[in-house]
Design a protein around this ligand. Structure first.
Ligand code: DHE
Length: 544
C-alpha cells in the first residue's frame, strides 16, 4: 500500500518535471526574436505605400497571409532585417518576384520594407457610405449622354487596355488599330468589364476607384466615378435579362465587402460586409477579401469569391430595389482567386491557388460539384474552353508554380461524362509563372503566357498549342528582349490575338491566329505598362 502511495505521489512530480522539460525544449527550439527595429514616421508612411502597392495583394492588408505567407511579427521577427531584405530584393523559389532584381525596389526600399513588416500591422480605416458618396462624381448625367453612338467606329471590336502604372485605360479600335483615346482610371488600375449592352466600360483601380466610360461618346469619355473602399481588384455588371446595364458590383479587398452601384451613374446603393468565418475551421477572420466576380447570364446573380473564407457567394440582385439581397453561400476551398465559366456558362471554375485546386460551382443547382487537384498554384485568369479531340469539352488553366496547363473535363452528361471534373490532360509549357490562357471558338490555338517565370526566355515568350493535336509540343515564340509578356485577347472575329509587352515603354503585339505570324505592333508613348486587354464583344459575352 505504502509502495502504491509512493508511486501515486510520484506521478504528478513526474508530470510537472516533464512539462517543465518539454517547455524548456520548446523554448530552445523556438527561434530567438529580433528586436523591433526603429522606423521614422515618414519612413513608416513610405513603407505603408510600398506595401499597399506591391505586397498587400498576396500577403493581405493585415498580413495574415493568403497567396503569400503570413508576415505577422511572430514570423518576421525570427529573421534579421538583412535576411528579410534579401528575400524582398531577390524573390523566392516559391514564386515571389524579386522586387529588386526586377527593378521595382532599391536595396534601401527593400530594407525599409523588411523593417516595416517586423512591426505590428496597422488596419486601414473603414469606408462607409458617407465616404463613398463624398467621392462619387456624376460627370455626365444619363440625360446629357448621346442617344445613339456619336461615331462610326465598330464598338464591338474595341479593345480597352489597362495601362497599369499610368492609372489609365487605352481604348483602341480593333479594326484600325488606332488609339481612340486614353482615359484616367484608378491607381494601378487592375481590371475592367463591360455592361451587357457593350456601351459602358467599368474599371477598377487597386485604390478601389471605379470609373465608368461611355463608348458611344466621341471620343469615349468617363461619365462617372466613385471610390468604393481603400483597396479592390474586381468589378462586373448585371447581365441578366431585364437588368442589362442596371447595376455594377465592386469586390473590395479593404474594407472586406462588396458594393452595389447604379449601372448608369455609379451611385453607391448598398455595401455588404464579407467579414466572418472561414468555411472549414470556422474561425473569425477580419480580412475576408472579394476576389473574382462573374455575372450570371442565366439568373439575376453575381458569383463572388471570398478569398480567405473559401466561400463562393451567389448574390441575387433582382429584389435590390425592394431592399432585399439574397446570398447563397457555398463552401468551396480556401484562397479563392480567379476563374471563369465553362462553355455552357452553367459551371464556374475558380482557382484556390494556394491549395493547388480548382473548385467547380454549379450555378443552376447552386452547389459545389467538385474540387479538382490540378497542379502547383493554378492561375486561370478567366480560363479557356475548347474541345479536346480525345477527351471532349475541357476548361484549361495554367499554373504559377509549374510549367503546365491542366485540362479539366466539363461535360457531366453525354459521351464524355466520365471525364467531368477530372484532369484529363496536362500540357507542358515553356515556363512556370503562367498567368493567363486564351482561345476562341473559331480558333484552333491555345495561347499561354509565362509572365512570372524565372527565366528571361520564358517570361518574354508565349506557348501556343494546336488544339487539334494536343500530343504535339507547343510552338514557343519569343516576343521581346525587354519587359514581360502578359495576357492574350482575341478580336471579335477570333482571327487575331493581342498580347501585351508589359514595360514602361509598352507595346501591343498583334498576331494573325491562323498563320501565327506577327501582324503589327501598336506602339505609342501613351502605352505605359499595358497588362490586360479586353475586347468588347468577347468580354461582354464571356467568350474565352
Ligand atoms: Fe490580378 C485579375 C487579384 C496580381 C493583372 N487579379 C485578377 C482578379 C483578382 C486579382 C482577384 C480577378 C478579377 C475578376 O475576374 O473579377 N492580382 C490580384 C492580386 O491579389 C495579385 C496576386 C496581387 C496584387 O497585389 O494585385 C494580382 N494581377 C496581378 C499582377 O501582377 C498583374 C499581372 C498586373 C497588375 O495589375 O498588377 C495582374 N489581374 C490582372 C489582370 C486581370 C487580373 C490583367 C484580369 C484578367 C482577365 O482576363 O480577366
Amino acid at each position: 500500500m505504502k509502495k502504491l502511495l509512493f508511486y501515486v505521489l510520484l506521478i504528478p512530480i513526474f508530470l510537472i518535471a516533464n512539462i517543465g522539460i518539454s517547455k524548456a525544449a520548446e523554448e530552445a527550439k523556438a527561434p530567438a526574436l529580433q528586436p523591433v527595429p526603429e522606423i521614422s514616421k515618414e519612413d513608416f508612411a513610405k513603407a505603408t505605400g510600398i506595401y499597399f502597392n506591391r505586397c498587400g495583394g498576396c500577403h493581405g492588408t493585415l498580413r495574415k497571409g493568403a497567396t503569400g505567407k503570413s508576415l505577422m511579427p511572430d514570423k518576421t521577427l525570427t529573421k534579421t532585417v538583412a535576411k528579410l531584405a534579401g528575400i524582398i530584393y531577390d524573390g523566392t523559389e516559391g514564386g515571389m518576384p524579386g522586387w529588386g532584381t526586377t527593378g521595382v525596389l532599391s536595396k534601401e526600399e527593400s530594407e525599409l520594407l523588411a523593417k516595416f513588416i517586423q512591426h505590428e500591422p496597422v488596419a486601414p480605416p473603414e469606408w462607409n457610405m458617407k465616404d463613398m458618396k463624398a467621392t462619387w462624381k456624376l460627370i455626365v448625367p444619363p440625360d446629357k449622354r448621346p442617344t445613339a453612338p456619336a461615331h462610326k467606329r465598330n464598338i464591338e471590336n474595341f479593345f480597352a487596355v489597362i495601362l497599369r502604372d499610368a492609372g489609365q485605360i487605352g481604348i483602341i479600335d480593333g479594326d484600325t488599330k488606332e488609339i481612340v483615346t486614353v482615359v484616367n482610371s484608378g491607381f494601378a488600375v487592375h481590371t475592367l468589364r463591360y455592361s451587357y449592352s457593350g456601351r459602358y466600360l467599368y474599371t477598377i483601380g487597386r485604390d478601389a476607384k471605379a470609373t465608368m466610360v461611355d463608348l458611344w461618346m466621341n471620343p469615349p469619355q468617363t461619365v462617372a466615378e466613385v471610390k468604393t473602399g481603400i483597396e479592390a481588384r474586381s468589378i462586373d455588371s448585371s447581365k441578366y435579362k431585364g437588368f442589362y446595364d442596371k447595376y455594377a458590383v465592386v469586390g473590395n479587398y479593404w474594407p472586406p465587402s462588396y458594393v452595389i452601384l447604379d449601372g448608369q451613374t455609379l451611385e453607391p446603393l448598398k455595401i455588404v460586409s464579407t467579414r466572418g468565418y472561414t468555411y472549414d475551421t470556422n474561425e473569425y477572420h477580419p480580412e475576408l477579401r472579394v476576389a473574382s466576380i462573374v455575372a450570371s447570364h442565366h439568373a439575376p446573380e453575381w458569383v463572388l469569391n471570398i478569398k480567405e473564407a473559401g466561400i463562393t457567394l451567389l448574390v441575387d440582385y433582382s429584389k435590390l430595389s425592394e431592399g432585399t439581397i439574397t446570398e447563397t453561400r457555398i463552401d468551396a476551398e480556401r484562397f479563392l482567386h480567379d476563374g471563369g465559366w465553362d462553355k455552357t456558362k452553367r459551371y464556374f471554375l475558380v482557382a484556390a491557388n494556394m491549395r493547388d485546386k480548382v473548385v467547380v460551382i454549379d450555378t443552376k443547382d447552386r452547389k459545389r460539384v467538385a474540387v479538382v487537384e490540378t497542379g502547383v498554384k493554378p492561375h486561370p485568369g478567366r480560363g479557356a474552353n475548347f474541345n479536346d479531340p480525345k477527351n471532349g469539352p475541357v476548361y484549361a488553366t495554367p499554373h504559377l508554380g509549374e510549367p503546365m496547363v491542366a485540362l479539366i473535363g466539363t461535360a457531366p452528361e453525354g459521351k464524355y461524362k466520365g471525364n467531368a471534373w477530372k484532369v484529363v490532360r496536362k500540357l507542358k509549357t515553356a515556363g512556370e509563372g503562367g498567368l493567363f490562357i486564351k482561345t476562341h471558338p473559331r480558333s484552333n490555338n491555345l495561347w499561354v503566357d509565362h509572365t512570372l517565370a524565372k527565366s528571361e526566355d520564358a517570361y518574354r515568350s508565349v506557348s501556343i498549342f494546336n488544339i487539334k493535336d494536343l500530343d504535339a509540343p507547343p510552338k514557343i515564340i519569343k516576343l521581346a528582349d525587354r519587359g514581360r509578356i502578359v495576357h492574350m485577347e482575341y478580336n471579335k472575329a477570333g482571327d487575331e490575338v493581342w498580347i501585351a509587352l508589359w514595360d514602361k515603354k509598352g507595346e501591343i503585339i498583334v498576331f494573325d491566329d491562323n498563320t501565327l505570324k506577327e501582324k503589327t505592333r501598336i506602339t505609342d508613348s501613351r502605352l505605359v505598362t499595358p497588362t490586360g486587354k479586353f475586347n468588347v464583344y468577347n468580354t461582354r459575352y464571356d467568350i474565352y
